[in-house]
Design a binder for this molecule. Structure first.
Ligand SMILES: NC(=O)c1ccc[n+]([C@@H]2O[C@H](COP(=O)([O-])OP(=O)(O)OC[C@H]3O[C@@H](n4cnc5c(N)ncnc54)[C@H](OP(=O)(O)O)[C@@H]3O)[C@@H](O)[C@H]2O)c1
Length: 241
């Protein structure tokens, strides 16, 4: 059955890769971009590949009116939403994220997009999701959100702004899954692992956006009796909190 799917931050990177995979499976995919030009370019690329079942909304997760407008557009065209993928995030690379001297501005920016942005978007789209026979919310997290992993001796990458924001996202997602379980809304977290994207300056050794997106795919298309309130790694196994 074809689903109606919205992916935030999908003008590039893993979000764009996921949009392509889902559109190839004939779903109706709304890509979302905070920048009009970047969004139109991504849409044109997908359409040039024959993926005309992709549409564009302009959505900045830090700006509530843009989320409201996207919701109005999708409601008018589709009447409901089956899957919301909260993928948009900032890494705050280039800011001081070392614990002893961490930039409060960097923390604030990370929280604004990676946590409050997800909460805002979810809250606004929940009424449309509730009209789906199988509503799914997939929040894109990071292994760096895992306290168990980061507390291991020798663990690196203690990026305070990014990691704290993703840990907060995990906490919110646990609560959301618990609150919505009785209604049959599936809510999960997934990390794509290390992927070369603009977020990390296209780091060497990372997977391609398509491979990263493949690790999100099964959780976006999860069925009614699938798991909820779980945190999955790129290979599909559960990650420690
Ligand atoms: N890459 C990795 O190794 C890795 C590892 C673990 C988890 N992740 C997660 O995977 C997800 C996708 O990241 P990515 O690597 O594909 O990064 P990316 O290429 O930088 O993509 C991030 C997307 O989020 C958008 N975005 C940022 N702030 C936004 C806002 N306020 N409103 C709406 N969109 C906004 C960006 O838009 P602009 O183009 O306008 O900036 C971009 O489209 C993120 O949640 C990230 O934390 C990535």
């Amino acid at each position: 059955m074809s689903k109606v799917i919205l992916i935030t931050g999908s003008n590039t990177g893993i979000g764009l890769g996921l949009a392509r995979l889902l559109a190839e499976k004939k779903h109706t995919v709304y890509i979302a971009s905070r920048k009009e030009t970047a969004g139109k370019e991504a849409l044109a690329t997908l359409h040039s590949e024959g993926l005309t079942n992709v549409k564009l909304v302009l959505l900045d997760v830090t700006k509530e009116p843009t989320i409201d407008a996207a919701r109005t557009t999708i409601e008018a065209a589709e009447g409901h939403l089956d899957v919301l993928v909260n993928n948009a995030a900032v890494g705050m690379i280039g800011t001081d994220q070392r614990a002893p001297s961490a930039s409060i501005d960097a923390l604030r920016s990370a929280m604004e997009t990676n946590v409050y942005g997800v909460i805002r978007t979810t809250t606004i789209f929940l009424p449309l999701l509730r009209r789906s026979p199988n509503p799914v919310i997939l929040n894109v997290s990071s292994a760096l959100a895992s306290g168990t992993r980061q507390a291991r001796p020798g663990a690196g990458n203690h990026h305070v702004a990014y990691n704290s924001s993703k840990a907060a996202l995990n906490s919110y997602t646990i609560a959301l899954a618990a609150e919505l379980a009785a209604e049959g809304v599936r809510v999960n977290l997934v990390t794509p692992g290390l992927v070369s994207t603009q977020m990390n300056g296209y780091i060497a050794g990372g997977a391609s956006a398509r491979v990263g997106a493949q690790s999100l795919l099964p959780w976006a298309l999860i069925d009614k009796d699938g798991p909820t309130g779980k945190f999955f790694g790129p290979d599909g196994s559960e990650l420690p909190w």
